[in-house]
Design a protein around this ligand. Sequence first.
Ligand code: GTP
Length: 236
Amino acid sequence: FLLPSLSSQSVQPPTSLHSRTPTCASTSSLDTSIQTRIFKIIVIGDSNVGKTCLTFRFTGGSFPDKTEATIGVDFREKAVEIEGETIKVQVWDTAGQERFRKSMVEHYYRNVHAVVFVYDVTKMASFRNLQTWIEECNGHRVSASVPRVLVGNKCDLVDQIQVPSNMALKFADSHNMLLFETSAKDPKESQNVDSIFMSLACRLKAQKSLLYRDVEREDGRVRLTQGTETKTNCPC
Ligand SMILES: Nc1nc2c(ncn2[C@@H]2O[C@H](COP(=O)(O)OP(=O)(O)OP(=O)(O)O)[C@@H](O)[C@H]2O)c(=O)[nH]1
């Protein structure tokens, strides 16, 4: 179901993502002690709010010259180090247009670890529609313990802002979300964009067990399994 619109930055999700004990062929370099935790973060919101650009900024460090409407989903992955542990942050850039998302919605929400809701600060309608996106998320049995954050994008368009910060803050508070107002386009904001995903990664790392990719040799095959609980003191 992959139809990436920015294929150079897109990656396929690991085969382990949705399965408890899937198997795949081993490679000789794999070691029995390798463990990689993967955090699946989905980015949700109206079409054109800048979901692709935000995920591109985080994973690729730049603003894409040109984007097309996302069809289905694009996966982008970034390895980050938190307290000495390398973690893969897997960002699911979802389609905002209904016609490009309807067959995919179940996949978006399955085994999700965190949700990023995005609106465009210059489009009040995209802010008003957040309620619908939250309802869709809740309707897919995403646990209340799954962290959610709110992102107001395109803050570089200072003369066109329609959504006041205090209104967004009130909404975020009422839904127990942190608010980030930022710009995928403005290079000065790139650290702020990173902090959206890093704050979630830190919270997830500190919070609970997440998807481990436990690699175990087994008769010439590699077994991928879910992990067990860990607790850390993340500085974030
Ligand atoms: N000025 C400005 N434009 C932006 C910013 N982020 C994205 N854009 C522009 O907004 C348009 C839509 O960006 P996308 O990232 O493709 O939007 P999307 O939410 O992924 O859209 P769908 O794939 O249809 O859901 C593009 O023309 C981007 O260049 C930003 O921070 N500032």
